[in-house]
Design a protein around this ligand. Structure first.
Ligand SMILES: [Zn+2]
Length: 133
């Protein structure tokens, strides 16, 4: 169940985002010092706050990426299995918001009876399973 490639791909994207944010923060910091020397203390404080905020978010994103956050970006799909109680017809479809086990959901295509959700499972795409480090 180790998907290293999608994680790496997300990580590169994250690095780019963080790098852009850091550059913007440095620009803000530079603007802060410049406006400060121009005697505009209020504007300087504004830019300084902006800059510190940018740096803080960058650091937060980097540290958060080491934990659970990264799995959110992984290309996994949730599937819902439905079963008709009347004729035992089974069907699988993509998970929809509000789905839960034993909920009566879609109508049975055979007998029009409401089908019951019997399982919800996570699907990992084949191509990602095969990827190596
Ligand atoms: Zn049925």
């Amino acid at each position: 169940m180790l998907n290293s490639k999608p994680v790496n791909r997300t990580f590169i994207l994250l690095i780019i985002v963080v790098a852009v944010m850091l550059v913007l923060s440095l620009v803000a910091l530079y603007t802060a010092t410049e406006t400060y020397f121009q005697g505009e203390g209020k504007t300087a404080v504004y830019y300084l706050t902006l800059s510190l905020l940018g740096i803080a978010i960058s650091i937060y994103m980097l540290t958060a990426s080491r934990g659970k956050t990264i799995t959110v970006f992984e290309d996994q799909r949730l599937n819902t299995i439905l079963q008709c109680e009347k004729c035992n017809f089974k069907s699988v479809r993509e998970f929809r918001k509000g789905d839960y086990i034993f909920k009566r959901s879609d109508g049975c295509p055979k007998c029009k009876e409401k089908m019951v959700i019997t399982a919800i499972y996570r699907e990992v795409k084949e191509e990602e399973k095969e990827w190596k480090v």
